[in-house]
Design a protein around this ligand. Structure first.
Ligand code: HXC
Length: 269
């Protein structure tokens, strides 16, 4: 069991669906939600990865299942949400976490490469929110879109992710307005540099670039998946009942310093 700042189970009786839930930040959130007594459904492209994640969660006493679907496939998401509702009932929480990224200059990227990331990150987020809507418990449901620092400031070699994640935050704000009257809350989480994630392995691949980056974070370290998971628990709990349309940073203050530090990491300086 990972360490949480919360002592009590805050999500008892809730049903949570998490895209990209088979690994990384999203799996961290899934594990924490299960510890807080939510029933969790992991969505991902690879069933074997989901199976391994489900085995971990259930071995720790959680209730979980994995359903394979690509967030680029709206029809497949419709099936997954219908199956979730059939098994667990109305859905209380949706985490739109599926994402793709690779560092590349625009000139080194085909149109299809740019599109691949926009399709997963931006369209995938819309598809997930849209497919979930009719299955959400209303009022009371909470959606979290996982954004990125690239939504807030431009970053070299990240034109696709910057465009997609800025769009994700605007989906958050727009749906918060459109769906607020039905009692559905929609927020974004912006993870900063987070230890032991695929994103960091791609953006700061060498130990030197990672160390350099840390020096520019006001809190002087990378964040942890547990810290992000606790923020997600808070935002989905009744403690955050009046918070919607927010883009919440969990980045040790890194965004205050600017995106130049990421550029240095990406250029190996
Ligand atoms: C240039 C590249 C490339 C690279 C792929 N492409 N990698 N172009 N440089 N390094 C091109 C391919 O040549 C192809 O274009 C197009 O992108 C699509 O590639 P496919 O492999 O066919 O697509 P697909 O199988 O759908 O894979 C999507 C992917 C892949 C995004 C390219 O990396 C992926 O599945 N990633 C998921 C896991 C992941 O990215 N995790 C990190 C998430 S972190 P052509 O023209 O040849 O067809 C994150 C947070 C960011 O997102 C924030 C961190 C702080």
């Amino acid at each position: 069991m990972s360490s949480s700042i919360f002592r009590d189970s805050l999500l008892g009786g809730k049903v949570a669906v998490i895209t990209g839930g088979g690994s990384g930040i999203n799996l961290g959130i899934a594990k924490r939600f299960a510890e807080h007594k939510a029933r969790v459904v992991l969505i991902g492209r690879k069933q074997e990865k989901l199976d391994a994640a489900i085995a971990e969660i259930t071995a720790a006493g959680g209730v979980a299942m994995g359903l394979s679907a690509d967030v680029r496939d709206f029809a497949a998401l419709g099936i997954v949400f219908a199956k979730t509702r059939e098994a667990y009932g109305e859905i209380d929480i949706v985490i739109c976490g599926a994402a793709g990224n690779f560092p590349a200059p625009a000139i080194g990227m085909s149109a299809n490469a740019f599109k691949a990331v926009v399709d997963i990150d931006l369209l995938g987020t819309f598809n997930t929110c849209r497919a979930a809507y009719e299955h959400l418990r209303k009022p009371g449901a909470s959606i979290i879109n996982i954004s990125a620092p690239q939504a807030l400031a431009p970053m070299l070699f990240q034109s696709h992710v910057c465009a997609a994640k800025a769009g994700v935050d605007m989906i958050t704000r727009t749906l918060a307005m459109e769906w607020g009257p039905t009692g559905v809350r929609v927020n974004s989480i912006v993870p900063g540099p987070t230890a032991d994630t695929e994103g960091m392995r791609r953006l700061a691949p060498s130990p030197e670039s990672a160390e350099k980056l840390k020096q520019f974070v006001p809190l002087q370290r990378f964040g942890t998946k547990d810290e992000l998971a606790d923020l997600a628990v808070f935002l989905c709990s009744d403690a955050a009942a009046y918070i919607t349309g927010a883009v919440v940073l969990c980045d040790g203050g890194q965004s205050l310093v600017g995106s130049g530090v990421w550029t240095q990491a990406l250029m190996g300086k």
